[in-house]
Design a protein around this ligand. Structure first.
Ligand SMILES: [Zn+2]
Length: 302
């Protein structure tokens, strides 16, 4: 079998923690003014369609998705990623499609592969580790994003390797990147509530070290894990609508249902908090297979 096409990838995504311990390692209250720009390569996996048809997404759809990602991470005014919440923060991280490929040649930062042309020699137990068969550029220089026609999962991300609470068990040698199911990549005209490209924003949060708001274990009755970010109210479960639900947090505060690390509809989301931004900045600057992205020459840095 060449590919496990409709995998049930409901593995709980390995998640990450903010914590007091790592705060003590570095003053995180002052978010840097530097804006970091990270290179992306998008691997489009299709089933033989022409470009722009079906799973073989158009360039415009890809550009739209990268634009949404940047609007969200930069809390850009005039976009759906803007908010006026007292805790809302600009992550000071941006993303660009690569301009130089691993061979040193010009690229649009997009690869396309027909999944029927890919032979998987040795299947891994975890489908995510099969993704490099569909394209994999040097993980030190590029954020690999696979856009794959799957069922049963919206997206998934690898976990950064860094010795801070919540990330101790990450595998530094594992496949590094982000999987997004095609239907949820970019703005679409589907009728579902996951049609505005926020799945990638959420997964990029994981890629840079963020936890779900409820931590690793859902429905733990507030007894087990937090997300270890002090400014996100402790919650024990996801929310799936757009309302700020009073008392839905463990201490009676409003839950941050507009947060990208909840499971609310795309239309509700517009916020990373200050502590989440501090966590992502710390991971980006200090984690193996993240910090090298800051200086990667795969994009223009003039
Ligand atoms: Zn998640």
């Amino acid at each position: 079998m060449k590919v496990k096409y409709s995998l049930t990838l409901l593995l709980s995504i390995l998640l990450l923690n903010c914590s007091k311990d790592y705060r003590e390692q570095q003053s995180l209250s002052e978010t840097t003014e530097t804006v970091y720009t990270l290179p992306i390569v998008v691997h489009i996996v299709h089933v033989g369609e022409s470009v722009g048809i079906g799973y073989n997404l158009s360039k415009e759809r890809i550009y739209d998705q990268i634009n949404t990602l940047n609007n969200d991470f930069r809390k850009k005014e005039g976009t759906l990623g803007y908010n006026t919440h007292i805790l809302g923060a600009d992550a000071k991280i941006e993303f660009k499609l690569a301009k130089i490929n691993p061979n040193g040649n010009p690229t649009e930062g997009i690869t396309r592969v027909n999944f029927q042309d890919v032979t998987i020699d040795v299947e891994n137990d975890w489908f995510f580790d099969d993704l490099p068969y569909y394209g994999y550029w040097n993980k030190q220089e590029y954020i690999n994003i696979w856009v794959f026609p799957l069922d049963g999962v919206l997206g998934q991300s690898s976990v950064p390797y860094i010795n801070i609470p919540g990330l101790e068990n990450a595998n530094p040698n594992g496949t590094t990147g982000i999987l997004i199911t095609t239907a949820y990549f970019g703005t679409t005209n589907t009728i579902n509530n996951l049609n505005l490209g926020r799945t990638l924003t959420h997964e990029m949060g994981h890629f840079l070290g963020l936890e779900h708001l409820w931590g690793k274990t859902e429905n733990a009755n507030c007894m087990e894990f937090d997300d270890y970010c002090n400014d996100t109210p402790l919650v024990s479960r996801r929310t799936e609508n757009c309302d700020n639900i009073q008392n839905s947090s463990c201490n009676g505060e409003f839950a941050l249902t507009q947060n990208y690390m909840d499971y609310t509809s795309d239309a509700c989301m517009n916020m990373f908090t200050k502590d989440q931004v501090a966590r992502m900045q710390y991971v980006l600057k200090n984690s193996t297979v993240r910090s090298s992205l800051i200086t990667s020459l795969a994009i223009n840095r003039d």
